[in-house]
Design a protein around this ligand. Structure first.
Ligand SMILES: [Zn+2]
Length: 330
């Protein structure tokens, strides 16, 4: 047995993470950095989580973590009480009593290179990466390769229907799975991805000329209007699933630079827990159920060609898209 080196401190973890993800790179509205913890406290084990919720806190405490590094801020807005009678106050109490520090790396980790969306892009095997939304010139985060989201080339062209199934397979499993908007037969070569809520970057995806854009929390009107304006096809994944891949990069950085043990939470903190599709499968009729097809018929991916031409069959004789991705996947 060799002598045990002195473990790093909370301050060492903060310094390491702030070198990779400087707090100045965070959005103005964001709240990042050290939330709880004594800078001089020793850190042997770090839990990496997307959300600081009672379930992930319990997991971190059970794992004997001295520190939690989270993506989403626990305290984003001002509070006047952290009494244990409140949801977040209870968490604050638990962590302080257990002497567990908490650090948040949020939009400063989104914009970094490598950052949150690099890990997401890696799941898809995207190459030739560039940012979807680079920081404005002169902004603190401005710099080559940095920005929100990533654009890259898929390992091979896929139809949108294929890409949707591929996305469900390469992302962590959730009840939500992945849904897509646009022509299922559309060929996708270039893909933009943005971890988390990416509504705000629909215009950037259109301007970039990509074939499809994958993000989370897309909404009816912005998505519909985006497609009506001939924007890229859209894939809407579960928020947690788009950010969970980054935890592996985070943990690897902590192990490499500080020699700490890491625990990456696979606890799905996506709020959605149930997903169902209409009996008989996809697509459900948009209007009154006037279809004469038997309910069990697999509907071919037939759609209007761009420009309003006659419906064209999908080049890929696609079975019903895997609209329900509740099954565990590799
Ligand atoms: Zn997020």
């Amino acid at each position: 047995m060799s002598t045990t080196p002195t473990p790093p401190t909370v301050a060492d973890v903060v310094a390491t993470l702030h070198r990779r993800y400087p707090p100045a790179w965070a959005e103005d509205w964001d709240r990042v950095g050290l939330v709880l913890g004594e800078p001089t406290a020793e850190v042997r084990r770090v839990a990496c989580v997307v959300d600081v919720v009672p379930e992930t806190v319990a997991e971190a405490l059970a794992a004997g973590a001295d520190m939690i590094v989270a993506h989403h801020p626990l305290l984003l807005r001002g509070v006047s009480s952290v009494a244990a009678t409140t949801y977040k106050g209870r968490i604050v109490h638990q962590l302080i009593k257990a002497d567990v520090a908490l650090l948040v790396a949020h939009t400063n980790a989104d914009v970094a290179d490598p950052g949150v969306s690099d890990a997401l892009a890696a799941r898809f095997g995207l190459t030739g990466l560039r940012p979807l939304h680079p920081p404005a010139p002169g902004a603190p985060a401005a710099g080559a390769g940095r920005g929100i989201g990533r654009i890259g080339v898929l390992p091979r062209p896929m139809t949108l229907a294929e890409l949707t199934r591929y996305a469900a397979a390469v992302l962590p499993a959730t009840a939500w799975g992945v849904r897509a908007a646009g022509d299922p037969a559309r060929t996708v070569r270039t893909l933009a991805v943005s971890g988390g809520s990416g509504d705000a970057f629909l215009g950037a995806a259109t301007a970039a000329g990509v074939d499809a854009y994958l993000t989370a929390d897309l909404r009816h009107h912005p998505a519909g209007e985006h497609l009506a304006a001939d924007g890229p096809a859209l894939l809407d994944a579960a928020h947690w699933a788009t950010e969970r891949p980054w935890l592996d990069d985070l943990a690897a950085l902590l192990r490499a630079e500080l020699g700490v043990e890491t625990m990456v939470s696979d606890l799905n903190t996506d709020p959605w827990t149930v997903h169902a599709t209409a009996p008989g499968g996809f697509p459900a009729p948009a209007g009154p159920a006037t279809t004469t097809a038997p309910a069990t018929t697999t509907v071919p991916a037939t759609t209007l060609a761009p420009g309003g031409a006659a419906p064209v069959p999908a080049a890929d004789p696609d079975p019903a898209p895997a609209a329900d991705d509740k099954e565990p996947r590799p």
